[in-house]
Design a protein around this ligand. Structure first.
Ligand SMILES: Nc1ncnc2c1ncn2[C@@H]1O[C@H](COP(=O)(O)OP(=O)(O)OP(=O)(O)O)[C@@H](O)[C@H]1O
Ligand SMILES: [Mg+2]
Length: 319
């Protein structure tokens, strides 16, 4: 591996670049993923997350850059595009939009995928029920995707991505559209996979998901990596520890009051909310007590704040 920074590397992308016409939508993105690690890519709509994942899979051809896969336990390093088939055999994918076959039942969807990977009937007789159980879909084995809820379809997509027992999962917004309970179930399943040594590369618009699942994050904006690191380390590096959010009628006017601004290290406005970032919130909270008509929320800084600061944009869901 050319850029192995002392870490055990399973998959590495270096200097990925993709242009469509005059626009460079991925502009020199590099990362490495260790076995059992979850790397998250976050960034606004159109940042280049899906394009990056598609290049990792060989579905989109990069204009520049290199992709390698290092088989765990040794063996020759595999390179895209010449070893695409061998690399893809080690990868499972959940695409941003479901690509399940609507004419087949849940079980048949898994079996069809098994055939792509050359898995025989016997293997699938054993694997399909196990995967349906893992996806909590045993009771829906004979149902077609159109008869499932959105959360069930997402779990079926995950089960299908696991058919070939992949070493690396590429998950493009795996929990978008899921209710809180379904998200927790998905997170629990992903944690199980990580603990079993599977690596995950995921994109998400949910900062709580990124913080909970990912060992490291890559923040993309307009195709470029604008920050990377462990979630808590990124927060500590870029943000003051305390946030006071103020919203309600007239809140935006606060951002024009020098006396209040002086009580915060930094102030951001997003939508109808003013965010005050500070190392000592109490003087500011005391001052806000004089304005009981406004809603005030005092909390620790989180990844949403980091996102807001680095991309200057609110998080929006989906494409
Ligand atoms: N096949 C294509 N042809 C032309 N432009 C494309 C193509 N695919 C993607 N793009 C452009 O590349 C940019 C990045 O798209 P991409 O789908 O990678 O973003 P994303 O970060 O996944 O966004 P989202 O959060 O909305 O899913 C966008 O401006 C998009 O319009
Ligand atoms: Mg996308």
């Amino acid at each position: 591996m050319p850029h192995n920074r002392g870490m055990d590397v399973l998959f590495e992308a270096s200097g990925l670049r993709k242009r469509y016409g005059d626009a460079t939508v991925v502009d020199g993105v590099s990362f490495a993923i260790a076995p059992g690690e979850c790397l998250g890519i976050i960034g606004p709509n159109g940042a280049g997350k899906t394009t990056t994942l598609r290049m990792c899979l060989g579905l989109t051809t990069p204009d520049d850059g290199a992709i390698h896969y290092q088989p765990p336990g040794g063996g020759p390093v595999l390179h895209m595009p010449q070893d695409a088939l061998a690399i893809k055999a080690q990868i499972g994918v959940v695409t941003q939009f479901d690509s399940l076959d609507p004419d087949f039942s849940c079980e048949e969807n898994l079996r069809v995928f098994g055939r792509y990977f050359g898995l025989g009937h016997h293997t699938m007789d054993e694997r399909a029920p196990r995967l349906l159980e893992f996806a909590a879909l045993t009771h829906k084995a004979q149902a077609k995707p159109g008869e499932l809820s959105g959360g069930m379809r997402r779990r079926l997509s995950l089960a299908r991505a696991l058919v070939n027992a992949p070493r690396l999962l590429l998950l493009d917004e795996p929990t978008t559209g899921l209710d809180p309970q379904a998200r927790h179930l998905m997170w629990e399943r992903l944690q199980q996979l990580l603990q079993a040594g599977t690596s995950i590369l995921l994109t998400t618009h949910f900062m709580d998901e990124a913080e909970r699942l990912c060992t490291r994050l890559l923040v993309l904006d307009q195709g470029r990596t604008i920050a990377q690191g462990a979630p808590r380390a990124l927060i500590a590096e870029h943000l003051e520890p305390d946030v006071v959010e103020v919203y309600g009628a007239g809140a935006l006017a606060l951002a024009q009051e020098p006396a209040l601004l002086a009580l915060a290290a930094r102030t951001e406005v997003s939508g109808d909310t003013v965010f005050f970032y500070t190392r000592a919130a109490h003087p500011l909270l005391d001052a806000l007590l004089q304005r009981p008509h406004l809603r005030t929320l005092h909390r620790p800084a989180n990844l949403e704040d980091l996102f807001l600061k680095l991309t200057g944009r609110q998080i929006r869901e989906g494409g």
